[in-house]
Design a protein around this ligand. Structure first.
Ligand SMILES: [Zn+2]
Ligand SMILES: [Zn+2]
Length: 240
C-alpha cells in the first residue's frame, strides 16, 4: 500500500459539502451535485448568467449587460448563487473552509476556458485591509492563485488595492452599489508596469450587480491594461 492508500484509510474522501463518503478527494457526493446549480449551456458573454438557447458558440448578452455599462470585455461564472452553491460560497467566505478553494477554482477554470487567452494575468478583487485582518484570508485571492496555477497563467495577487472600505453592499439598490464603489480601487505605482498592456482575468467569489467588477476594471484600465475579463465563482441571478 502506497502513502496515498494509507492516507485514504486514515482520511477517507468526504463530500466537500455534506461530508458523506465519496470516491475521490475534493468532490461533491451525487446528492450535493444535484443540489448545486452549475452553469452550463448558452451563457451571457459578459457575466456568465445562463440564457435560453442552445448554441454555446453564439455571442449573447443578458438584459442586465445590455442595459448596465460593463467596462470589461467578457465574463463567466461557475455557479448560480442559489441552493447548495450559496452554502459553499458562504463557507469559503466566512467559514474558514479554505479547502473549498481547490474544487471551486477547478470549476471556475472550466467555466473560464472559452475566454482565457495566452499571456493573461490573473488578478483577484482585493479586500480592504481591515476586512482582511478580520477574515485572515481573501477568498478571491485563494481562488485566483489556484486558477492561475491550473491555467498556467501569471498571477498577481496585489495588482489592485482597495483604497477605502466600502462597507456592506447588501440591501443597497443597484445605483447605490455602483455609486459606493466609484474610485474605491487603484493599481499601486509598484504594479503599474506589470498591468500595462496586459490582458487581465479579474477574479472574485460572487458577482451581484457587477459594481465591484466595474470599479476594479476601471482601475486596471487607468493603469493601462489592454483588456479585462471577469470570472466569478457564483453569479447572483435576478430570480435567485
Ligand atoms: Zn454531499
Ligand atoms: Zn450578462
Amino acid at each position: 500500500m502506497g502513502l496515498q492508500g494509507a492516507l485514504q484509510l486514515l482520511y477517507p474522501p468526504q463530500c466537500i459539502s455534506c461530508s458523506a463518503p465519496v470516491q475521490s478527494d475534493f468532490g461533491l457526493c451525487a446528492d450535493c451535485w444535484r443540489e448545486t446549480p452549475f452553469v452550463s449551456g448558452l451563457v451571457c458573454d459578459q457575466c456568465g448568467v445562463p440564457l435560453p438557447g442552445s448554441d454555446p458558440t453564439e455571442r449573447a448578452l443578458c438584459d442586465d449587460c445590455m442595459t448596465i455599462a460593463r467596462p470589461w470585455d467578457r465574463g463567466r461564472a461557475a455557479l448560480l448563487y442559489q441552493g447548495n452553491a450559496r452554502n459553499l460560497v458562504l463557507a469559503l467566505k466566512h467559514g474558514d473552509r479554505m479547502d473549498l478553494a481547490r474544487p471551486a477554482s477547478a470549476w471556475m477554470a472550466r467555466a473560464a476556458a472559452p475566454i482565457l487567452t495566452p499571456g493573461m494575468m490573473v488578478v483577484p478583487v482585493p479586500l480592504h485591509w481591515m476586512r482582511l485582518f478580520r477574515r485572515r484570508y481573501n477568498q478571491a485571492a485563494l481562488l485566483s492563485r489556484a486558477i492561475a496555477a491550473l491555467a498556467r497563467l501569471e498571477h498577481c495577487p496585489d495588482a489592485i488595492l482597495r483604497k477605502r472600505s466600502t462597507g456592506n453592499q447588501d440591501g443597497k439598490t443597484r445605483d447605490a452599489r455602483f455609486a459606493n464603489l466609484v474610485g474605491a480601487f487603484t493599481v499601486p505605482k509598484s504594479r503599474e508596469a506589470r498591468v500595462r498592456d496586459r490582458d487581465i482575468l479579474l477574479v472574485d467569489d460572487v458577482m451581484t450587480s457587477g459594481a465591484t467588477f466595474a470599479a476594479a476594471t476601471e482601475a486596471l484600465f487607468s493603469a493601462g491594461a489592454r483588456s479585462v475579463s471577469v470570472l466569478a465563482l457564483a453569479r447572483v441571478a435576478k430570480d435567485g
